[in-house]
Design a protein around this ligand. Sequence first.
Ligand SMILES: [Fe+2]
Length: 218
Amino acid sequence: MSTAAMPRPTLWGGEIATIEKKPELLQMEGISAETINNHWKLYEAYVGKWKAIEEQLKGTDLASANQIYSDWRALKTDWTFAVGGVKNHQLYFSNLGGDGSAPTGKLGQYIDAEWGSYDAWKADLKATGMAGRGWAWLAYDWETGRLANYLGDAQNTYPVWSATPLVALDVYEHAYWADFGTDRAGYIDAFLANLDWGWIEQHAEATGILNGAWYDQR
Ligand SMILES: [Fe+2]
């Protein structure tokens, strides 16, 4: 099998590291630099815990694994939380720092095909973010051939197999409390107004979504 078309792994071989912090993240309307800097520290902590848990798993007795309580269970459960915490935040910070203008490329056409308009997609994602306890994601499901907004209650709940997330909206209080208090809706509006669709389209292109989506074949 040829591997030429496979995208390069970004978290390859245990070299798990934080992404570069875009300067634009510290100059956004609505979401303050202080919030971003504090949020970034939480993201760094997920990176550290991912590595630490992998090390601890190496020294844990497999024979003691037990579903009621065991070190193996605790580490395996929280490993998915740490891995999710890294991947979700990498996407979240990569998504931001733009001017929020509507996507103009192929991805924008797919969004229009699925929701009818960019505004309708935004309303759907906002409602999903209001209903979630941790995350809302725009993702492309390779098996249905469709985009969808999915809800997550934590870093590691409700992932959909074979779906590639493109937008990650963090709705944990730490993402907005200092700037918006209880006004989560205001925060989600600010998130949408700072989306970087140039990056999101590029990311979708790199994963191959824009080359084979069924929206092109209808
Ligand atoms: Fe977060």
